[in-house]
Design a protein around this ligand. Structure first.
Ligand code: ACM
Ligand code: ZN
Length: 486
């Protein structure tokens, strides 16, 4: 198939013979086709000497046609052509961590503009973690007075003795959600529980097992501070908070986190132990499953569906309605979940995490990862509903650095999420990315130069070691070089 300078690569492109110039874009006709041919997100474009004709069934289809046309409109002569296009996967997300470091609303809008160009339809917004809570709360004001500010920052061993923080006001959040909706992007908030919850606990210590006043964390890492599972007040608090958050985010999905929750304090806590015994549970992983299931039941009552990180499968009792986001899953539980007919999202640490250097995760590696990950049976592949490319921000306080690491990786994952496997080609992707880079620059997004994308093997290990030298995170290096499917 002819490859035109469009990312993601469309399903079919047929050359009609002859060329036209940019003036043809002034004659654009829109046809609504309700026959079901194009579905929720598909479209067709015909460009010939008569002008441009766009056909779609939905506003979203017309919007995606517009993104394709934007990339074709370079001012140069263009071949006459016919495009028919629709996505491979329904769920195409990018994750932005605004908990460790915040981005301004303007910066987020730049990122959203760039994401829309590549036909992402989900912004997974990580808004709560050990180092900060970022949503204005009227019901729980201490979440902002205490939980939104840390005294210093110590990420990667670099000590910044400056109070850091803030939160997005409800007006800002509504504005961003509307901005995304205009671009057919759904915003899914993440409230990470029961672990990664230090900001909640610092604000309301009675919600934790030890009930001690603790400060926010200032370093990257995994912490023992868990919300107490044996305390009914924890659930009253979370139900109320989820309701308040639900009023801001119309998406039918809420991300409940569930990752990296060491059970040390639960094992020591009389209330958690009593709750485990009362429920007849075998271990504390099952207690986490029960904890998450209670929140899921609450969300279900409100017409919402939960997404959780794959650790919430460890208890073996997760509610079937949950969508599991696979990020690091050595025991293959996410594949088993999909093979049982439940939904999963591919978000593999060693392939998609953009916060790590290109030496650790080169763009080719990201591009070539098959979202139908190892262990998913071919006939169950439809249960992989899509992909999410994350950028965590422990080590990223600056928007230009964020863009350098996110692009072209975001575009690579966007293409994996949209384009049929038979149309994927990394060399072609690189050429097409070069052609769309001026559009990204117009949004204020500056990608990494191509020379940095795929360092030679000899530089990969040294580059990665250099990155981690001060960050004392040797496990991540081992994961990067030793993993097979995540
Ligand atoms: C994660 O990276 N802890 C989901
Ligand atoms: Zn407890």
């Amino acid at each position: 198939m002819k490859k035109i300078n469009v990312i993601p690569c469309p399903e079919t492109v047929e050359l009609l013979g002859g060329t036209v110039n940019a003036a043809v874009f002034d004659r654009c006709e829109k046809i609504t086709d309700e026959s079901g041919t194009y579905g929720e997100e598909g479209y067709a474009i015909r460009i010939d000497d008569q002008g441009v004709t766009v056909t779609a069934e939905t506003d979203c289809g017309f919007f995606y046609a517009e993104q394709t046309l934007k990339q074709l409109k370079t001012g140069a002569e263009l071949p006459c052509l016919q495009i028919v296009d629709r996505p491979a996967y329904a769920y195409r997300g990018f994750l932005i961590d605004s908990a460790r470091h915040m981005q301004s609303v303007d910066e987020l809008k730049k990122l959203i503009d760039a994401a829309a160009l590549f036909k992402f339809n989900v912004m997974h917004w990580h808004l709560s973690d050990d180092q900060g809570f970022r949503i204005e709360s009227e019901r729980f004001p201490l979440l902002n007075e205490v939980g939104s500010y840390r005294d210093s920052s110590d990420f990667g061993g670099e000590h910044l003795n400056v109070r850091y923080g803030g939160y997005y006001t409800k007006a800002e959040i509504r504005d961003l959600v509307a901005y995304c909706a205009e671009r057919h992007i759904e915003v899914i908030p993440e409230l990470d529980v029961p672990g990664h919850a230090t900001a909640l606990i610092a604000s309301y210590p009675a919600l934790s097992c030890r009930r001690l006043a603790i400060p926010l964390e200032t370093k990257q890492g995994i912490f023992n501070n868990l919300l107490c599972a044996g305390n009914e007040d924890t659930f009253t608090f979370l139900f109320d908070l989820l309701d308040e958050i639900g009023e801001l985010f119309p998406s039918k999905y809420v991300h409940l986190g569930g990752d990296e929750a060491p059970k040390t304090y639960w094992e020591q806590c009389p209330k958690c132990r009593a709750k485990k015994a009362e429920l007849g549970l075998n271990d504390f992983e099952e207690l986490q499953g029960w904890f998450i299931n209670r929140l899921i039941a609450h969300l279900t009552e409100k017409g919402k569906t939960a997404i959780v990180w794959n650790e919430s499968l460890n208890g073996g009792n997760l509610d079937d309605s949950a969508i599991v986001q696979m990020w690091m899953d050595r025991r293959g539980k996410s594949a088993v979940w999909a093979n049982r007919g439940n939904s999963v999202i591919a978000c593999p640490f060693s392939y998609y995490y953009c916060d790590y250097p290109y030496s650790m995760t080169p763009v080719r590696k990201t591009y070539e990862y098959d979202p139908v990950f190892k262990g998913v049976a071919p006939i169950m592949r439809k249960h992989v509903i899509g992909v999410t490319v994350p950028i965590w921000t422990e080590y990223i306080s600056d928007f230009d650095r964020l863009c350098y690491l996110a692009f072209p990786r975001f575009a690579a994952v966007a293409e994996r999420g949209w384009t049929k496997t038979e149309n994927l080609n990394y060399e072609s992707f690189c050429r097409r990315f070069a052609a769309v880079t001026p559009l990204l620059n117009r949004f204020g997004v500056k990608p990494a130069p191509q020379i940095d994308w795929d360092p030679p093997k000899a530089r990969r290990l040294t580059g990665t070691v250099h990155f981690f030298k001060d960050k004392i995170d040797t496990q991540a290096i081992k994961n990067s070089f030793g993993s097979t499917n995540q």
